[in-house]
Design a protein around this ligand. Structure first.
Ligand SMILES: Cc1cc2nc3c(=O)[nH]c(=O)nc-3n(C[C@H](O)[C@H](O)[C@H](O)COP(=O)(O)OP(=O)(O)OC[C@H]3O[C@@H](n4cnc5c(N)ncnc54)[C@H](O)[C@@H]3O)c2cc1C
Length: 466
């Protein structure tokens, strides 16, 4: 071997050793010096759409890390159970995993930042895509807000969607107040308003949680916005659904000034906002009847009043339109006022406490970082938008990664299998998930449901060992 070749070999070995640390050369499933490798953090729509695009455009090997015991993020644990057509997006992700078994792997029940650090990911992969959503609900932050039966919309949604080991709220309340003017508030109101009709029986709400929901005593729901009706973040489909619920009278109870402003704004609005505003205008009035849902505006929560057992009983608000204080009876308080984006340790943060982005999808890493780092979806752009918006962003990021690696044919990135094995992280693979999936579907069929979700961590983990 020529001296020059030896030198190159030595340098290559040095880089290799630095990169893989004490890796043993018994790596079973994939050889070193293989195709470029990508780690995706989060298996929600953002990560999965990007993954789908990238697999079609490149020769990447992809490992997906998911904190929950099962995949697909808010599609499983957020989207409402009466919106199964939205959840059908899972079929696309399913087909992607099945078609790409050779180069796509899933590691559920693995929390990046805890089981594996972000730094370890950047050393194990050529590229890392952050798609871990925005998963911490913003707190109400008023005196008494820690009272019993005061819960965030995401906790309530997670509970009825079967998040494992989620605490059960007390639904014996007849007066419910929901703070927030987005779709999550509408989902919570709709599920509470329709549960007792039995219409959710065929959905995928777990039996034990459905039986609690079906017995709900809710007769009065107030949906509060801190600003005026022109500022709502509802989408038209969800809004219309609330007004159509049988046996419920749902109305916007607004001042004459607000109504006049809404009507006058109509000619100036773009089409989507105009249609939404027309629905708002059409459904103004005063509610009556046995079951009522009031949309109230300009109400700013000031205090939660609890009884001697610490259970919520009233919500005190300031009406900023009349400058008066009002007190609403309330035995269940749900707040949905947005999410905080958490930035993983080691990921750069900007002054807004968001991931520091260099452009629309690349993270502003320092020059020493061994991997290219990208971010997409709610963790990158904030908790806004529906799945279609997320899909568009993810298609951009897939294009960007494919183009950044267009000339990369080989890789010495080792992945993190050895670290996972050493730490005995009980991850749930794609095959284990498919067993769970099948069992949930089979169990659901017995009672005419889409699926009967597992609701305890223990049950998920026991499947992993079968
Ligand atoms: C209650 C609710 C209802 C909705 N309903 C609809 C609807 O009907 N239609 C619609 O189009 N859109 C709906 N949306 C919006 C839609 O869910 C989002 O647009 C979309 O899920 C955002 O995708 P994402 O992948 O960025 O985040 P997510 O879906 O939240 O996925 C992020 C994933 O990352 C995982 N993760 C987080 N931290 C880590 C970590 N440290 N390590 C590993 N994994 C991690 C999470 O567990 C999660 O699975 C709804 C949203 C909510 C909150």
């Amino acid at each position: 071997m020529a001296k020059h070749d030896k030198l190159i070999l030595k340098m290559f070995a040095k880089v290799l050793m630095r990169r893989i640390g004490n890796i043993q050369f018994t790596y079973k499933t994939r050889k070193l010096s293989s195709k470029p490798r990508l780690a995706i953090v989060g298996s929600g729509p953002a990560g999965m759409f990007a993954c789908n695009g990238l697999l079609r455009k490149s020769n990447f090997l992809v490992d997906v890390f998911e904190y929950s015991p099962v995949p697909f993020g808010l599609v499983r644990y957020g989207v409402a159970p009466d919106h199964q057509e939205v959840k059908n997006v899972i079929n696309t992700f399913d087909a992607m995993f099945e078609k790409n078994r050779e180069r796509l792997r899933l590691y559920c029940n693995v929390k990046i930042g805890q089981d594996i650090t972000f730094d370890e990911l950047t050393r194990g992969y050529d590229a890392v895509l952050l798609a871990y959503g925005s998963y911490k609900a913003r707190k109400l932050g008023v005196p008494g807000c820690d009272s019993k039966n005061v819960i965030s919309g995401s906790d309530f949604v997670g509970w009825y969607n079967g998040v494992p080991n989620a605490p059960t709220p007390d639904l014996s309340a007849s007066n419910v107040v929901i703070v927030g003017n987005g779709n999550v508030a509408l989902d919570c109101a709709r599920v509470l308003s329709t549960a007792s009709s039995g219409s959710l029986r065929i959905s995928d709400i777990p039996d034990e949680r459905l039986s609690v929901l079906e017995k709900t005593a809710t007769k009065d729901i107030k949906i509060l916005g801190r600003r005026g009706p022109e500022n709502v973040s509802f989408t038209i489909k969800e809004l219309r659904e609330q007004f159509k619920i049988q046996e419920w009278d749902s109305k916007l109870e607004i001042s004459e000034t607000d109504l006049k402003n809404l009507i006058e704004s109509l000619p100036k609005l773009e089409r989507k906002k105009k249609r939404l505003t027309e629905v708002l205008v059409k459904n103004t009035g005063t509610t009556s009847g046995l079951r009522q849902c009031h949309f109230l505006f300009h109400r700013v929560p000031k205090e939660v009043v609890a009884d001697s057992n610490g259970m919520v009983r009233e919500l005190v608000v300031e009406n900023t339109e009349t400058s008066k204080t009002e007190t609403f009876p309330c035995e269940l308080l749900i707040y949905s006022i947005g999410y905080e984006t958490l930035v993983l340790d080691g990921v750069p943060q900007n002054e807004n406490k968001m991931i520091d982005m260099k452009d629309h999808c690349r993270v502003n890493m320092n020059a020493e970082c061994p991997a290219h780092v990208y971010a997409t979806g709610w963790c990158a752009h904030g908790p806004r938008g529906v799945i279609v918006d997320t899909q568009q962003q993810s298609s951009f990021v897939a294009d960007q990664i494919a183009s950044d690696f267009i000339h990369t044919r080989h890789s010495i990135a080792p992945g993190v299998d050895l670290v996972l094995n050493e730490r005995k992280v009980p991850f749930i693979s794609w095959d284990a998930w498919k067993m769970i999936d099948q069992q949930e579907r089979d169990q659901g069929k017995l009672s005419g449901k889409i699926r009967e979700k597992f609701t305890t961590f223990e049950k998920f983990l026991s499947k992993r060992l079968e």
